[in-house]
Design a protein around this ligand. Structure first.
Ligand code: GUN
Ligand code: FE
Length: 426
């Protein structure tokens, strides 16, 4: 496995060392050894001089971006039906669309478009929701495996509060389908891993959550779900789970809130102080999805508070709540909504900086996957080649300025190369 995974990229290198510090190296050397970063250098150390070198000229080289929350079956209706709030949007737009994935022919077409778009995007790692359908979810995993991206994909569990056409007939059936799914995929993938995916508390009976809690422990699976996205939903969870002290506690009662395995919860727009404390105690990751929270009028998550509490935070697009798959766009959105929150809601919570937003979309979310999201030595070699020559500027800009502009102005056409774990995607 070593051969092709030892090489050097030369160019203008930018990466986060931590939440506050963005490291920039002009005309530096980024070394890949066995699919991992062997460091960034101003002068190439002699032990690497016999590695093949790709010179990317004046282009930028940054870590691959991480999407901690995206729904593959919703890709087909992104940018449509954006005038509703969460619960109405689920019933009116989302559930009817997701029901179509019972049909494998439809799934093949729609997931083919999704996989192709993800491949071309700046995302190298993602946590992905499928639907309740086992065969379509397996097809999605096959297609994503071929892209070379490193992803975690979940067959969704839901056995209550949705129409007959998109509901598993009881907790036992949902558990059995999940077990069969895990059995069928076995260890057949190199790039794709399964992640347990109870949709959210309103979709899962206590019986199902109990079974999934056991299954999580037995199989040591990571978990993804939704948390405190909007206030109507939070109130509904209180009604559905009167014994829970807060929304996160409703997951925790079943052992599905970190502690035993990595867990990522999307949104946390309306988390209480107790919930924030438990998120910290359990090491739960927050997928901040600013565009979705705007489209569905959910609100603005207090990301500054989460960073102050040193919680694990990354970014998610939450397609189709979010209308596109770009994590660069999510960085800009995160900064913009934090400014609105600061001005309109709480002037003690400073807006996010470019350094912080870039961290969230790389290293912040990346650590959910291990040593991912930076070029520090030992990190997995996920890299993007960014060409901003098509975004001309009349002055000479420094690397930080060029990266900031790229975040706001670029699209996939400005991506010239992409690597995951040392393998070239394009
Ligand atoms: N909560 C439960 N399901 C969903 C979903 O599909 N999208 C979003 N944004 N929130 C959810
Ligand atoms: Fe979501």
């Amino acid at each position: 496995m070593t051969g092709g995974k030892n090489f050097v990229l030369k160019g203008n290198i930018c990466y986060s060392e931590d939440v506050r510090s963005l490291k920039t190296v002009e005309q530096g050397y980024l070394v890949c050894q066995d699919g991992k970063s062997a460091g960034v250098y101003k002068e190439l150390p002699v032990q690497f001089t016999d590695y093949p070198l790709e010179d990317w000229g004046d282009m930028l080289i940054v870590p691959g971006l991480v999407d901690l929350h995206i729904h593959a079956p919703q890709f087909a209706f992104r940018g449509l039906g954006m005038d509703l709030e969460l619960l109405d949007w689920l019933n009116t737009n989302t559930f009817p669309e997701e029901a179509k994935y019972a049909d494998l022919e439809y799934a093949k077409k729609a997931y083919g478009i999704f996989a192709e778009s993800m491949k071309k995007s700046a995302t190298t790692r993602a946590c992905i929701f499928g639907t309740i359908h086992r065969p379509a979810t397996e097809l999605l995993m096959d297609l994503m495996e071929e892209t070379g991206l490193k992803t975690m994909i979940g067959k969704v569990n839901m056995d209550r509060n949705s129409p007959d056409y998109l509901r598993e007939q009881g907790a036992e059936e949902s558990e059995q389908e999940t077990l069969r799914w895990l059995e069928e995929i076995g260890s057949k993938y190199e790039n794709v891993k399964p992640i347990l995916t109870p949709r959210f508390i309103p979709s899962c009976t206590d019986d199902l959550m109990e079974r999934l809690g056991r299954l999580q422990k037995e199989h040591g699976l990571p978990v993804q779900s939704h948390l405190s996205e909007n206030q109507g939903e939070v109130a509904w969870v209180k009604e559905l789970c009167p014994t829970s002290e807060f929304y996160g506690d409703a997951y925790d009662q079943f052992g599905l809130f970190g502690g035993n395995g990595k867990t990522v919860m999307a949104h946390c727009v309306s988390s209480s102080e107790e919930e924030i404390e438990l998120i910290k105690e359990r090491g739960v990751y927050i997928a901040h999805c600013p565009q979705s929270n705007t489209n569905l009028s959910s609100g603005i998550a207090p990301v500054r508070t989460y960073l102050d509490h040193e919680l694990n935070v990354g970014l998610g697009t939450d397609v189709a709540g979010g209308s596109g798959e770009s994590i660069f766009r999510a960085m800009a959105d995160a900064i913009q909504v934090s400014k609105l929150r600061w001005r309109l809601k709480d002037e003690s919570l400073k807006p996010l900086t470019v350094e912080e937003a870039f961290y969230l979309g790389t290293l912040g979310g990346g650590s959910f996957f291990g040593k991912v999201g930076s070029f520090l030595e030992g990190y997995e070699f996920d890299a993007l080649i960014l060409d901003d020559s098509g975004l001309p500027h009349p002055q000479v800009l420094n690397l930080r300025e060029r990266l900031e502009r790229f975040i706001y102005l670029s699209d996939d056409r400005h991506l010239k190369g992409k690597y995951t774990g040392g393998s070239r995607i394009f």
